[in-house]
Design a protein around this ligand. Structure first.
Ligand SMILES: [Zn+2]
Length: 212
């Protein structure tokens, strides 16, 4: 098989302690769950509806406000247009951005499927989205095409350190909808391939890219 991000032939396949198979790309360091283990779209949607991502969840609000402080305020100004890509059923993140004065649009393949590409955005945010991507190259092509020079792609996903012994015990991969895992090498590959400048990797999870 070939890597679904960089098309490099994959020869490294490993099984974790739960018996799940992962494909590890030696070129871009993407680690992807074996396709046979993906949930059906129906089960995937059900799982997202269970996420505790509402404004009633104080821990979640703190988490989102930290992203504002670290990855939004340093790069964007109130009044800027932001697309929240993969907004989920609750749209809590979009609401917080609106409260901060941003003009916000939303897109989600399950909950808010619309023609987002036709508009111009200063930034696209993908909060807890990249780990769900079955075809990251396809999604990055769309995201890249939706941004112009100087615009930002702001990603929240936890990066792995390309160490299988750590990875196989990692809580982050236990969610059955988490299928794609990236390292800092993967992020650099994304920058080179889709013409982004890496502006920030904070705490190995908040990534800010600027379109060149
Ligand atoms: Zn790859």
């Amino acid at each position: 098989m070939i890597c679904s991000l960089c098309n490099f032939p994959i020869t490294d396949n490993k099984i974790d302690d739960q018996g799940r198979k992962y494909h590890i790309c030696s070129k871009c360091e993407l680690i992807q769950l074996d396709g046979k283990l993906y949930l059906s779209m129906e089960d995937e949607k059900k799982r997202y509806e269970l996420h505790e991502n509402s404004a009633d969840n104080k821990g979640y609000l703190t988490y989102l406000n930290n992203i504002i402080t670290n990855s939004i305020t340093p790069f964007l100004n109130p009044g800027n247009r932001i697309l929240d890509f993969g907004c989920g059923p609750e749209k809590t993140w979009a609401e917080i951005l609106k409260e901060k004065g941003f003009r916000v649009s939303t897109f989600d393949p399950f909950f808010d499927n619309n023609e987002w590409m036709s508009k111009n955005y200063n930034a696209i945010t993908a909060i807890e989205v990249f780990e769900h991507m079955l075809s990251p190259a396809k999604d990055l092509e769309s995201l890249s095409n939706g941004l112009r020079t100087g615009n930002y792609l702001i990603i929240r996903t936890m990066l792995h350190d390309n160490n299988w012994d750590t990875f196989k015990k990692w809580w982050y991969k236990e969610d059955p909808t988490h299928v794609s895992f990236y390292s800092s090498v993967t992020i650099n590959y994304i920058c080179k391939t889709w013409n982004f400048e890496l502006k920030q990797i904070k705490d190995l999870c908040e990534i800010v890219l600027k379109k060149l």
